[in-house]
Design a protein around this ligand. Structure first.
Ligand code: ADP
Length: 454
């Protein structure tokens, strides 16, 4: 429900000055602060001035409304004409740039409002703090407004000057705040840029040390391979009694030397493989191969490892053969590693290898064992270089802790991934997923790092 506070009819320039004073007075009575009083007085007198300039007449009515919006001081301004002429005048007022500027001083401006069937311009500003003044209080306010303001031009000019000085002071303050803020922003930006440069430099250093690590690993691995091969060959010669017989103790010692050399060769080979992958120097040789054929080859290779009768090594051929577009050698290397691990950590039961194609067309290889399993907390560790889980089978099993990181890197090279689920005491399932096709760009030419050594 709108409560009318005051109506002002404008018939001369002088009346606009009076309207301005009246607007400020009403705004003050309604509790608006000095700045808002100036905003309201300026907007109301400016819009009325534009209307007056067109038709030499205007009417402004001050009301307090709270029906469709927060309680607000509303000013209805109309040209005091009949229907369509009034609409046309208001339309033209709406096109005036000064009108748009005046609207910015308030919360609401509407040039299509109708009051009692008359087109009006509606200006509104929410009451301070959303105050809802009761109608009794508003009636009392209206009574205080009975006396018309003295439209003293000089006094109003002085008031406007005061407002201008205040506005300028405020503007200056804002300007200073803005300058300080800009400076702060510049400092922050400089800080961020410096930080980025530092991060870049650190990343570069890291890249370089990573490269150096890979180079160091591959070089030393190369250097170690030849002497290790010699040790293996020579110890085998001794064990074959080529240079005469050995005492039982000598045989034990030479066997020990040979075993150590073989273990070391495994470590060196894994290190070399890792270094090659990290250096991006591993050639991917693409082919389309059959899972049944792959399983047949793996069966032949791994059967001798499953020496214990307590553990069954089962390759489950897929009912319909699956064709895989990848690098057969690398897939075989990953599966060998996973099956080898499964056999190492399974004392009884089975190690079962199967393959399937999922809905997305990915080929999935599952290596399921009934071994000792891995605690959930240790799962991330086993994919770290040299990461091994302490368990009772660990001491008896040969291992470097490099197999799984190598498998993970090989899988990534083929666009695939390895996941694991495990229950301690029940067993583990390692899964290798390969994409339908080798990712573009992975199919390389010759092995840039080829060394010929096995
Ligand atoms: P390695 O087998 O040479 O020690 P891996 O990187 O292949 O190195 O494996 C890391 C560790 O992960 C193993 O030492 C073992 O603790 C754990 N692990 C791997 N596979 C299995 C498995 N099937 N069952 C239980 N533990 C496993």
């Amino acid at each position: 429900m709108a409560v009318s506070l005051q109506q002002v009819v404008v018939r001369s320039e002088q009346d606009i000055v009076a309207l301005r004073q009246r607007s400020r007075q009403i705004a003050a009575l309604l509790g608006f602060g000095t700045q808002d009083q100036t905003r309201i007085a300026t907007a109301v007198s400016e819009v009325t001035r534009i209307v007056f300039a067109q038709v030499r007449c205007a009417r402004a009515e001050f009301t307090v409304e709270g029906e469709n919006r927060p309680p607000s001081l509303c000013v209805r301004i109309d040209p005091g004409q009949g229907g369509s002429a009034a609409s046309e005048t208001i339309r033209q007022v709406g096109n005036n740039v000064a009108f748009t500027g005046a609207c910015r001083l308030l919360d609401w401006c509407d040039i299509s409002a109708m009051v009692d069937g008359r087109p009006v311009i509606l200006l509104a500003k929410h009451l301070p703090g959303g105050a809802d003044l009761g109608s009794d209080r508003l009636k009392k306010l209206a009574a205080q407004l009975v006396q018309p303001p003295t439209a003293d031009g000089m006094e109003e000019l002085e008031q406007q000057n005061r407002e201008l000085v205040q506005a300028l002071a405020e503007l200056r303050l804002r300007q200073e705040e803005l300058t300080a803020l800009t400076r702060e922003l510049e400092d922050t930006n400089r800080g961020v840029v410096a930080l980025y440069a530092e991060i870049e430099e650190k990343a570069e250093r890291l890249r370089r040390s990573d490269e150096m690590k890979s180079r160091f690993l591959s070089n030393t691995s190369h250097e170690l391979r030849t002497p290790l091969s010699s040790i293996r060959a020579l110890s085998q010669l001794l064990l074959d009694r080529v240079d005469g017989d050995l005492t039982p103790d000598q045989e034990t010692q030479v066997t020990f030397i040979k075993t150590a050399a073989i273990d070391l060769s495994g470590l060196v080979n894994d290190l070399l493989d890792l270094a090659k992958i990290e250096a991006g120097k591993v050639a991917v040789i693409r082919s389309v191969f059959s899972v049944t054929d792959l399983f047949a080859a793996l069966r032949g290779m791994l059967k001798p490892l499953a020496a214990s009768d307590a553990v069954a090594l089962i390759f489950q051929d897929p009912p319909d053969d699956i064709l895989v577009d990848s690098d057969e050698g690398k897939v075989s290397q990953i599966l060998r590693n996973l099956v080898f691990n499964a056999l190492k950590f399974t004392e009884a039961g089975s190690v079962c290898i199967s393959a399937s194609v999922d809905a997305a067309g990915e080929t999935q290889f599952d290596i399921v064992d009934t071994g000792i399993g891995i605690e959930e907390a240790h799962l991330p560790l086993i994919f770290e270089e040299f990461g091994q889980v302490e368990n009772r089978l660990q001491k008896h099993s040969k291992g470097t802790g490099l197999g799984l990181p190598l498998c993970e890197k090989l899988a990534a090279l083929l666009g695939g991934r390895i996941t694991v689920t495990s229950t301690p005491g029940s067993g583990s399932t390692f899964t290798l997923r390969l994409p339908k096709q080798l990712p573009a760009g992975q199919d390389s030419g010759a092995d840039l790092f080829a060394d010929g050594a096995a």
